[in-house]
Design a protein around this ligand. Structure first.
Ligand code: NAP
Ligand code: GDD
Length: 319
C-alpha cells in the first residue's frame, strides 16, 4: 500500500486529494498546524481513515519529524497562504509560507529520504500580466501580487531541486479551481453563497470588486486527479492544468443569480474595497501537455460547476 503525505489537508484541495488517494488504497497522512480549535470541517467525513501529524511550513524540524513518522512515498505540498488580497496586507508572512516554505519542504525531503516523490502546488497567478494567451508551461512569468511572486519562487525552487539533486519533483501550474468546499472569500463561493443568501432572505446585497476580470475556472475534484497523475510518471515534469475556457466575473454572477431566479442588477454593487492594487486581467490555460502526456481531461464545465456550488449552498443554508 503506497503512503502519501498531504500538507494543507484541511484546505479545499487537500480534502479532495485525500478522498482520491484513499479510494486508490493509499495510506494517507495529513500534516496539520496546531490551532486552539480544530479546523477539520472539510475532512470530518474521512477523519477516521486518515493519519494526522502536526507540522508547520515555518518550522523545518516539524517537517522532518512528519516525514520520519509517516514514511511517505509521495508528498503533496498544498499548504500555503492562498488568498491573493491577504498577500498585500501580509506580504512577508506570505513569502515565508508560500515561498520559503517550499524550500523547507524540499530540504526536509532531501535529508530524510530523497527518493520521496514531491508535488508542488504552483499557480496560474504566476503568469500575472500575461505575455501570451493561452498560457503554457513555457509562457514567461510576470506575477502581479506578493502571492504570485511567492509562487514563482516555490515553482523555481522545485525545478531547481529536481535539477540539482535529481529528485522526483513536479510542479503543477493549476488555474483557478473551485467547489462547494471553496473558501467563502474567493469570488466564486462569495457569489454562490451571496446569491443563495439573498434568495433565502438572509442578506440584501452583494458587494464585489472588478467584474471584468476573466478566469479559467475548473472543478477542484478534477484537478487533484492531475496532481496524482504527475507523480505516477517515469520522469518528473511540470504541467499546466486548465480547462482552456475563460469567463468574466460578471458572467459568473449572471449564472449564479439565474440559478436562484434573481436578477443581479437588483442586488449586486461594486465596492472599491474589493479592487486589488494590481489585477490579473485574464487567465486562460493551454493544458495540451497534460492531455497528451498524462491523459488528463477536465470533466466538469463552468456552468455545471456554478450550478453544483449554488445547489450545495442552497442545501446548506436551507437546513
Ligand atoms: P486553501 O483552501 O486556502 O488551503 C490552504 C491550506 O494550507 C490549509 O489546509 C491551511 O491550513 C494550510 N496552511 C496554510 N499555512 C500553513 C502553514 N504555515 N503550515 C501548514 N499548513 C498551512 O487552498 P486550496 O484552494 O486548497 O489550494 C491548495 C494549494 O494550491 C495552495 O498552495 C494554493 O496556493 C494552490 N493553488 C490553488 C488554486 C485554486 O484555484 N484553488 C490554484 C492554483 C494553486 P489551515 O486549515 O490550518 O488554515
Ligand atoms: N475574492 C474576490 N472577491 N475576488 C473578486 C471580487 C471579490 O469581491 N470581485 C471581483 N473579484 C475578482 C478578483 O479581482 C480576481 O480577478 C478574480 O475575481 C478571482 O479572484 P479570487 O476568487 O480571489 O481568486 P484569484 O484568481 O485571485 O486566486 C485564486 O486562483 C489562483 C490561481 O490563479 C486562488 O485560489 C489562488 O490561491 C490561486 O493560486
Amino acid at each position: 500500500m503506497p503512503t502519501a503525505l498531504i500538507t494543507g489537508i484541511t484546505g479545499q484541495d487537500g480534502s479532495y486529494l485525500a478522498e482520491f488517494l484513499l479510494d486508490r488504497g493509499y495510506e494517507v497522512w495529513g500534516m496539520v498546524r496546531r490551532a486552539s480549535t480544530d479546523s477539520h470541517e472539510r475532512i470530518d467525513h474521512i477523519l477516521d481513515r486518515l493519519h494526522l501529524v502536526q507540522g508547520d511550513l515555518l518550522d523545518q524540524p516539524s517537517l522532518m519529524a512528519a516525514f520520519a513518522v509517516a514514511e511517505p512515498d509521495e508528498v503533496y505540498n498544498l499548504a500555503a497562504q492562498s488568498f491573493v488580497p491577504t498577500s498585500w496586507s501580509q506580504p512577508v508572512l506570505t513569502a515565508e509560507f508560500t515561498a520559503v516554505g517550499v524550500t523547507r519542504m524540499l530540504e526536509a525531503i532531501r535529508q530524510v529520504n530523497p527518493a520521496i516523490r514531491f508535488y508542488q502546488a504552483s499557480s496560474s497567478e504566476m503568469f500575472g500580466m500575461v505575455r501570451e494567451t493561452p498560457q503554457t508551461e513555457l509562457t514567461p512569468l510576470h506575477p502581479r501580487s506578493p502571492y504570485g511572486v511567492a509562487k514563482c519562487y516555490g515553482h523555481y525552487i522545485t525545478v531547481n531541486y529536481r535539477e540539482s539533486y535529481d529528485m522526483f519533483c513536479c510542479s503543477g501550474i493549476l488555474f483557478n479551481h473551485e467547489s462547494p468546499r471553496r473558501g467563502l472569500e474567493f469570488v466564486t463561493r462569495k457569489v454562490t453563497d451571496g446569491a443563495v443568501r439573498i434568495k433565502l432572505g438572509l442578506a440584501e446585497r452583494l458587494s464585489l470588486g472588478n467584474l471584468d476580470a476573466q478566469r479559467d475556472w475548473g472543478f477542484a475534484g478534477d484537478y487533484v486527479h492531475a496532481m496524482w497523475l504527475m507523480l505516477q510518471q517515469d520522469t518528473p515534469d511540470d504541467f499546466v492544468i486548465a480547462t482552456g475556457k475563460t469567463h468574466t466575473v460578471e458572467r459568473l454572477v449572471e449564472l449564479a443569480f439565474a440559478q436562484v431566479g434573481l436578477d443581479p442588477n437588483d442586488h449586486v454593487d461594486t465596492d472599491p474595497r474589493f479592487v486589488r492594487p494590481a489585477e490579473v486581467d485574464i487567465l486562460v490555460g493551454d493544458a495540451t501537455k497534460a492531455r497528451t502526456k498524462l491523459g488528463w481531461e477536465p470533466r466538469v464545465s463552468f456552468e455545471e460547476l456554478i450550478a453544483m456550488m449554488v445547489n450545495a449552498d442552497l442545501q446548506r443554508l436551507s437546513s
